[in-house]
Ligand binder design. Sequence first.
Ligand SMILES: Nc1ncnc2c1ncn2[C@@H]1O[C@H](COP(=O)(O)OS(=O)(=O)O)[C@@H](OP(=O)(O)O)[C@H]1O
Ligand SMILES: Nc1ncnc2c1ncn2[C@@H]1O[C@H](COP(=O)(O)OP(=O)(O)O)[C@@H](O)[C@H]1O
Length: 241
Amino acid sequence: MYKDTNIRSVAKGVSWRVFATTTTIIIVYVFFGRLDLAIAAGIIETFAKIALYWAHERAWVKIRWGRKKIEPFNLWFTGLPLSGKTTIADAVYKELEKLDIPLERIDSKDIRELIPDIGYTREDRNRHMHRVGHLIKTLQNNSISTVASFVSPYSESRKAIREMVKNNVVVYVKADIETCKKRDYKGKYAKALVGQLQNFTGVNDIYEEPQHAEIVIDTDKTSVEEATKIIIKYIKAHYVK
Ligand SMILES: Nc1ncnc2c1ncn2[C@@H]1O[C@H](COP(=O)(O)OS(=O)(=O)O)[C@@H](OP(=O)(O)O)[C@H]1O
Ligand SMILES: Nc1ncnc2c1ncn2[C@@H]1O[C@H](COP(=O)(O)OP(=O)(O)O)[C@@H](O)[C@H]1O
């Protein structure tokens, strides 16, 4: 959130004066044909109206009436490991930053570093999701929208998130399991496939496909750029008008 400072109000007063006073000088000159009168009117007006503009602007800063609270949304990226959640969510976040709305990026790796003692059993993941939901809810209370990316493989935890937060937009980042294995730059599938990782989604744990996702991105057919455009278009149509 940003707050208009005093100096900004003064700068606005000065910049507006350049336009407005030039107009006044032209009008006086056109009507009276006297340049001395036009310049005198311009000088008096400049000083008087910068002060009046500043007072008017600062009074309006204090008035709440007519202000609309920004409605926060939560973009929730779900999908198999290496389906492309982080890549697309990062690109979307970068675009959303340009809209100048209060925004936070929440990625599974950051949260798992923040809350390290959590595993990958169904119970642990659901507990983890509940904490993340609480975090998003707290941010939303301060009008902060979120771009969150988590495997979130179980329908019950996605349902819990939907119930906890406002304006939840589920983006199902879809990729064939074979595609994900090929994208394994983290070496996680390789480890899971030889039994070094337990409860690894897609190998020895299930991924329950979302049935009611607002947006589905098939990354086998859709590029990161195209996916970003689709998601930004949705957000602009529904939340940032
Ligand atoms: N069993 C197991 N052991 C070790 N590492 C694992 C395991 N399962 C998943 N992963 C990796 O952790 C990432 C998933 O974490 P998430 O917090 O998104 O999962 S969840 O939403 O709580 O289900 C996920 O990372 P991403 O590739 O970023 O999705 C996985 O690479
Ligand atoms: N269409 C696509 N959408 C998203 N990622 C893609 C796509 N095509 C290839 N990739 C690659 O797949 C990998 C996905 O990794 P990442 O975004 O970390 O996945 P996740 O967060 O789901 O584990 C990246 O290396 C990315 O460049």
